[in-house]
Design a protein around this ligand. Structure first.
Ligand code: GDP
Ligand code: GDP
Length: 441
């Protein structure tokens, strides 16, 4: 699923940016007693109890410098309501409730999204009396914290992550294959989506008020397999928001990748692999997605019998870390080979979800160790006692060994190659986790 967004709202000087930095576990911005400190970062990636999420300090969103504070605050609260999954409404425990707090509180009471009322600057724990008045905002139990001293922030984070939306397995059925089409602007994402849908018009599933920033279309293959195509381009056309397009489209691409099983990485045949392509597809690889490399605009290339090989070699050189991804050369315009994509997507999705039986897996590991014995160092030799596959999407293996420090990257790569030779896993990254344990009895 895409990462949840947590927005911090509140009037100036209540401690928003202090909280922002505290929650992110970083102390980059210095906020010592000077109101209105400059913030250089709007978004920070944070992690708590294995939830990864993005925190936004709406205080840093410049609305209009001419606006008076109240107008700016209303605007920021509205942005939070539109875009965030959880809203932290921060008030000042030393000052108590102000008129501005009441106004913002009123706006926030109207949303169905979770709003947590955070009372900051509660620097000592004797708080019962201080907190009482904040119930008057009608936003539930106040949560006392001291951002400066880090008091109560752990409890706050527990509360925050408990409100995150459910994982996206529930968004679509498990057996529907979610496909993200990504690539730089103008590479042909919309054209390909339309070609696959077999019609010129985009199916728009735009639900008002969602934070969804791609457009999803359903598609059924001949054999009944269902796909959801997540197109990141459609929305851009409708959006009137005036933000740097590059940065915006990258963020959107990352979210689409988060929600997908299979990523179609579109590369413009006339340009080859770009730096941005590498970053986005690298993210897909790191996040364990199945990947198909789609070279589009193939109709524009003058070809001879060597052209495919030259292109393939180039892509393999540029994207050395993902030799497993199949490459297909298409034209979304003339529809050349577009009809093959459905089966290819289905195939890599199956590989991505493939399980190997423990018996077969362990015979393979034993055989691999016989052919090429594991590394040794100062009289100690690595032994792999046992291998198991605890999960799929991507296929993940745990190797139980005697001394984890003896495992080399090169030996892991050797094992990965062996796994691929025997089982395929085409189009999917695989993960090998090394765990130390006592000798098997
Ligand atoms: P923002 O304008 O809402 O982003 O507020 P800042 O984070 O810039 O903080 C405003 C002032 O409040 C700064 O002087 C902070 O040091 C101070 N402050 C922030 N959190 C706390 C806290 O937990 N306790 C106390 N005593 N002061 C705080
Ligand atoms: P997006 O921004 O990635 O969604 O790209 P579009 O689908 O809007 O395509 C951008 C431009 O490239 C449009 O003018 C398309 O007609 C053109 N285009 C897309 N695919 C192809 C293709 O396979 N061949 C050619 N010649 N042009 C294409």
């Amino acid at each position: 699923m895409s990462k949840p967004i947590v927005a911090i709202v509140g009037r100036p000087n209540v401690g928003k940016s202090t909280i922002f930095n505290r929650l992110a576990g970083q102390r980059t911005a210095i906020v010592e007693d000077q109101p209105g400190v400059t913030r250089d970062r709007l978004y920070i990636e944070a992690e708590w109890l294995s939830h990864r999420f993005t925190i936004v300090d709406t205080g840093g969103i410049e609305v209009d410098p001419q606006d008076e504070i109240m107008v700016a605050m209303r605007h920021q609260a509205t942005i939070a309501i539109d875009e965030a999954d959880v809203i932290l409404f921060v008030v000042d425990g030393k000052q108590g409730i102000t008129q501005a707090d009441k106004e913002v509180g009123k706006i926030l009471r109207a949303t169905k999204k979770p709003v947590l009322l955070v009372v900051n600057k509660v620097d000592n724990r004797n708080v019962e009396n201080e907190l009482f008045e904040f119930y008057g905002l009608g936003l539930g139990d106040p949560i006392p914290i001291s951002a400066v001293h880090g008091l109560g922030t752990g409890d706050l984070l527990d509360e925050v992550v408990s409100h995150f939306p459910k994982e996206d397995q529930e968004e679509y059925d498990e057996d529907i294959i979610k496909v993200a089409i990504i690539g730089k602007p103008n590479v042909g994402k919309s054209s390909l989506t339309n070609a696959m849908l077999g019609q010129e018009r985009m199916i728009v599933s735009d639900v008002a008020g969602t934070t969804r920033d791609a457009i999803d279309s359903m598609l059924a293959l001949q054999d009944g397999t269902q796909l959801v195509i997540i197109d990141t381009a459609g929305m851009r056309r409708k959006s009137k928001i005036d933000l740097p397009v590059e940065r915006f489209s990258v963020m959107r691409a990352l979210r689409a990748v988060d929600r997908s099983d299979v990523v179609l990485m579109l590369i413009d045949a006339t340009e080859g692999v770009t730096e941005q392509d590498k970053k986005i597809v690298g993210y897909a690889h790191d996040n364990g997605k199945a990947i198909v490399i789609v070279v589009n605009k193939w109709d524009l290339i003058e070809k001879n019998d060597k052209t495919v090989n030259v292109f393939t070699q180039n892509i393999r050189n540029e994207l050395g870390f993902m030799q497993y991804a199949p490459i297909i050369f298409i034209s979304a315009k003339t529809k050349q080979r577009v009809h093959r994509l459905g089966d290819l997507i289905k195939y890599v999705a199956e590989q991505h979800a493939m399980r190997v039986s423990t018996g077969v897996l362990n015979s393979l590991v034993e055989e691999a160790m016989l052919i090429n014995p594991p590394p040794n160092d100062k009289g100690r030799r690595l032994k792999i006692y046992f291998a198991t596959q605890p999960s799929v999407k991507p296929p993940t293996f745990i190797l139980f060994v005697n001394h984890a420090d003896l495992m080399h990257f090169s030996y892991l790569r050797y094992l990965e190659n062996k796994f691929r030779e025997s089982f395929g896993f085409e189009g999917t990254p695989i993960r090998l986790i090394v765990r130390e344990r006592e000798e098997k009895s």
